[in-house]
Design a binder for this molecule. Sequence first.
Ligand SMILES: CC(C)(COP(=O)(O)OP(=O)(O)OC[C@H]1O[C@@H](n2cnc3c(N)ncnc32)[C@H](O)[C@@H]1OP(=O)(O)O)[C@@H](O)C(=O)NCCC(=O)NCCS
Length: 196
Amino acid sequence: MSRPASVRIHPTADVSASAQIGERTSIWNQAQIRERARIGADCNVGKDAYVDFDVVVGDRCKVQNGALLYHGVTLENGVFVGPGAIFTNDRVPRAINADGSIKGTEDWTVGKTHVREGASIGAGAVVITGVTIGRFAMVGAGSVVTRDVDDYQLVFGNPARVHGWVTASGERVSSRSEVDRAHAAQTRTSDEESAQ
Ligand SMILES: CC(C)(COP(=O)(O)OP(=O)(O)OC[C@H]1O[C@@H](n2cnc3c(N)ncnc32)[C@H](O)[C@@H]1OP(=O)(O)O)[C@@H](O)C(=O)NCCC(=O)NCCS
């Protein structure tokens, strides 16, 4: 597949010919991008990151060093995935069937995980498959995410529990209504600046 001239792929990265890479995206040392993965524009995929087949990554995402994005994961635009974060895709993993034979691709169900626009996943977090992480949610470093996370929610710990709310810029606030107030104030400031 031909790629935009603005795409930068480090010579040691392993990028499948069938993977789509958007304009101005950089893929760094030893990263692996598998078959039919779709990575948007203006992304940064760090050293040793793994993007499995058919994974979708939106525009302006940052996938940090060593992050593992397994088949079944979709990241919308502007998602941050911290170093060493892992998206799992098999809720009940087994190497073998009950009869001792090795499991093939038909012998297990791929879980789906969806990360919505602007959300951040902290370093070393593990996301158990089957969850949706809401818009601009923040997952703390080292968390194990087992349940859906709402828009703008801050969660951390093992298992990850709700510890409050964050604005789109990441400022911690005490309630969801404060998130809305902060955004309204931001919009007013931007409107005033553009009117001057
Ligand atoms: C979750 C996070 C955003 C919270 O930041 P914060 O609001 O400044 O929180 P504080 O440092 O005030 O911590 C509040 C409490 O939560 C605990 N805490 C903070 N982050 C935690 C985490 N990830 N897991 C478990 N506990 C955590 C603190 O120990 C503290 O507990 P205490 O009150 O008993 O001392 C931040 O700690 C974090 O994990 N950020 C992600 C960093 C990251 O992965 N970056 C990736 C790029 S390098």
